[in-house]
Design a protein around this ligand. Structure first.
Ligand code: URA
Length: 313
């Protein structure tokens, strides 16, 4: 289902003789490689790079990938105690958010379960009056991107720009997200973008646990309807809402884990990473965010390779 090609893809169909074809393929390769380098450069600019530090470029794609080791604890800050290792472990469902929420959450589960398509789900959300955020928001922010993409990115909640336009990730954080996607050969045509909450919390305040509990049934139903192959969890809130883990994003980021979605037969591999809004204000996290992007690209390439192998069998 993932339609993204790896960043460098030779032209496959060509009516010219083989000796001509090779030249055309290599030009196409070079163009694709140049496009990828430009996208990576644009990401560096978006991240604030303004100076070249070395005479010769370094191929950081070939350098060892920085590990997911947490950054040193800043003075005065205390991290929560280590949880069990995340990698490869099927997660317990996020029970914290699957109970409670009272009558509104019960209605949300019922309405979401009845939606047989994304259109019906959008209509159910638009008519739902169980979450107070709907009353203060200008627009419902349902999704953006390609529902058939197989890769779903999940953010927290709309901000001012998203509320105004009805589309997720269109403000400053969204522009950085676009640059991050482009740096690994992706764009909004190759991913689906959702939020835990489809309405903007007033003044961009942190959503309450009750609001998350009430909105989660709609997000989980959305996932059942699009059947993702992989998830990227953008930031602490979406990681906590979908995995139930609250150790903090610095501990959880960069390691593939699994999210069980009621209604899907198999848990979905999910990569928690930093939220782009956090990256806009935290220089020190960008190195790790880049490592996460490379981990995502590697996983997608492996998926593509595997699906090609399976087609040949
Ligand atoms: N931050 C989010 O988490 N989602 C958006 O849609 C915009 C900003």
């Amino acid at each position: 289902m993932i339609s993204s090609a790896p960043p460098i893809t030779p032209t496959s169909r060509c009516s010219r003789p083989a000796h001509h074809r090779r030249a055309i393929i290599s030009v196409t390769d070079r163009q694709a490689a140049a496009r990828d380098r430009l996208a990576a450069l644009r990401l560096q600019l978006a991240w604030g790079a303004d100076e070249a530090l070395a005479e010769a470029p370094q191929d950081r794609l070939r350098a060892p990938i920085p590990s997911a080791t947490p950054l040193p604890t800043p003075l005065g800050a205390t991290l929560p105690p280590d949880g069990p290792a995340v990698a490869g472990q099927p997660l317990a469902p996020p029970q914290a958010f699957r109970r409670g929420g009272g009558e509104a959450a019960a209605r949300a589960w019922e309405l979401a379960a009845r939606a047989a398509s994304r259109e019906e789900l959008r209509a159910a959300l638009a008519a739902f009056d169980g979450c107070a955020l709907a009353a203060t928001a200008t627009n419902l922010v349902f999704s953006d991107g390609n529902p058939d993409a197989g890769l779903v990115l999940i953010g927290e909640a709309p901000g001012a720009e998203e509320d105004r336009t009805g589309l997720p990730f269109v403000g400053a954080a969204g522009q950085l997200l676009d640059a991050m996607l482009a740096s690994i050969g992706l764009d909004r045509g190759k991913v689906l973008i959702l939020n835990v909450l489809p309405w903007r919390p007033p003044g961009n305040r942190t959503p309450s646990d009750e609001e998350i509990t009430i909105c989660l049934p709609f997000l989980l139903r959305h996932l059942v309807l699009v059947r993702p192959l992989r998830l990227v969890l953008l930031g602490a809130l979406s990681t906590r809402a979908l995995t139930g883990r609250s150790e903090g994003i610095r501990r959880l980021r960069g390691r593939w884990t699994e999210v069980s979605v009621p209604g899907l037969e198999k848990p979905v591999p999910a990569l928690p990473t930093y939220h782009p809004a956090y990256l806009l204000r935290t220089q020190a996290a960008k190195r790790e965010a880049w490592a996460d992007l490379l981990a995502l690209r590697r996983a997608l390439d492996a998926d593509i390779e595997k699906s090609q192998t399976l087609t040949k069998l």
